[in-house]
Design a protein. Structure first.
Length: 435
């Protein structure tokens, strides 16, 4: 028997410290109580069913409560829920590593486990740095990144990121990186990265980027062919390319990994979010034989990093089932169908006044609302209007996006677009009256 919703709300407001939420907002707006999930929908205690356009914060690739993932989790829970994995191994972590390598871009043969996207990025950056420290190039300490990058909220991941609004207050803790300015476009930013690699490449430990889509800075897409030039420049400098595919992996942009758009192989690849279909916190860093071999030669040269839940059997078992579902249910094919519905839906919304830069790539659709200033409040007003119509949005400022499960039924998505359309009509009508 679930607790009374009023009691849940009271406990939440009194004791939960909510992420990304100003204190007074938490106090002013009673949170909706989720009691379940079903495909792309969350089910609320008051009987409403909301289309979750945020895809449970970008990780719900296969729909809530996918029966095969639930069954895999239940089966594994009866066998082994956790075990330490330094001198022992177990079926799930070992076979998952083999299966991940099989679907990853070529050359990635080794898997190190973490438990979320941020720590995957930390792991990958530490692997690059330690590799150079103990393999004859200790001066390689500098990381190059893209402005507006987002790699997670832990201190190392924040250092590599460049979303000022999230990170500015932590500046005193962050290490220096070489950050390409993206304000004049990605061609210029990548040209800068290539120049840095050509002129000061001997100091670079790795170039760290989100391939093809910069998610948190506003679903910014860029030309994948830029990645090929960057790969070539990194090769000339003999340094590493680190792709953060925490968001773009698992078919979110079309192919299994966004690197495939450019046919580029990174030296380090981070995956999380879709890795467990959004079921459990779990992540993995894939890397090469070359980097792995650099950690041989005695105990002091081992990678001195490892989380309590490294290779957790529940996470690994569910991640294996996710890969099996991708194979058996042609999830990438379903994603192509969903992508077509998203592209059509967002193009239709583009006719509204103040809807700008309507765009989509794979199963990501986004648009901008207004142009700042007074119009800057439109994002949150649209959120309210959409919520009344059964669609839960999570705007990034004035960037509105939809990242539904790849397997969303076209009719469900079309209905969500109709409701969003209606919500846009309502706020524009009110907006005009307000001025
Ligand atoms: C979400 C995200 C992260 C952080 O993942 P967490 O699991 O939230 O720590 C890192 N990089 C990218 C590109 C992301 O989208």
């Amino acid at each position: 028997m679930p607790a009374d919703p009023a009691r849940i709300v009271a406990a939440d407001r009194r004791h939960v410290f909510r992420p990304f939420t100003p204190t007074e907002e938490h106090e002013a707006e009673p949170p909706d109580v989720i009691v379940g999930g079903e495909g792309p929908y969350v089910l609320l205690a008051d009987g409403r069913r909301l289309f979750d356009a945020s895809g449970a914060w970008w990780c719900n690739h296969l729909g809530f409560q996918h029966p095969r993932l639930v069954a895999a989790l239940r089966d594994q829970a009866a066998i082994l829920t956790h075990a330490a994995m330094a001198s022992m191994t177990h079926e799930q972590a070992a076979l998952l590593a083999e299966e991940l390598v099989a679907v990853a871009p070529g050359g990635l043969t080794r898997v190190f486990y973490g438990d979320n996207g941020s720590t995957a990025v930390e792991i990958a950056a530490k692997l690059a740095l330690q590799y150079w420290q103990q393999n004859g190039r200790p001066n390689r300490r500098r990381f190059l990144t893209l402005g507006g990058g987002y790699h997670g909220d832990t201190v190392g991941a924040m250092s590599l990121g460049g979303v000022d609004a999230f990170h500015r207050v932590f500046d005193p803790l962050l290490f220096e990186v070489g950050r390409a300015d993206t304000s004049a476009g990605h061609d210029a930013a990548f040209a800068w990265l290539e120049r840095e690699l050509a002129t000061r490449g001997e100091d670079v430990a790795a170039v760290v980027i989100e391939p093809v889509v910069q998610g948190a800075s506003g679903m910014v897409f860029y030309d994948p062919s830029l990645l090929a030039g960057l790969r070539a420049a990194a090769d000339r400098a003999d340094t590493f390319l680190l792709f953060d595919e925490v968001f773009t992996g698992y078919g979110r942009t079309g192919p299994m990994f966004a690197s495939e758009h450019a046919g580029v192989q990174p030296d380090l690849l981070c995956t999380a979010k879709g890795l467990t279909g959004g079921v459990l916190p779990f992540s993995a860093v894939l890397t090469t034989d070359r980097i792995h071999a650099g950690f041989g030669g005695g105990r002091a040269r081992a990678f001195l990093h490892g989380h309590t839940f490294f290779g957790n059997p529940l996470g690994a078992r569910v991640a294996r089932e996710v890969l099996a579902v991708y194979r058996d249910e042609d999830v990438l094919g379903q994603g192509r169908r969903t992508a077509a519905v998203l592209a059509k839906g967002v193009a239709h919304l583009a006719r509204h006044p103040f809807v700008r830069s309507a765009r989509s790539l794979g199963c990501i659709a986004a648009f901008e609302l207004g142009d700042g200033g007074y119009l800057g409040t439109f994002g949150w007003r649209l959120r309210g209007a959409a919520l009344e119509r059964g669609v839960a949005l999570r705007p990034l400022g004035n960037t509105i996006y939809l990242v539904p499960p790849l397997v969303t039924a076209p009719s469900a998505l079309e209905q969500a677009f109709d409701r969003l359309d209606d919500a846009l009509v309502s706020i524009f009508a009110n907006g005009r009256n307000d001025t």
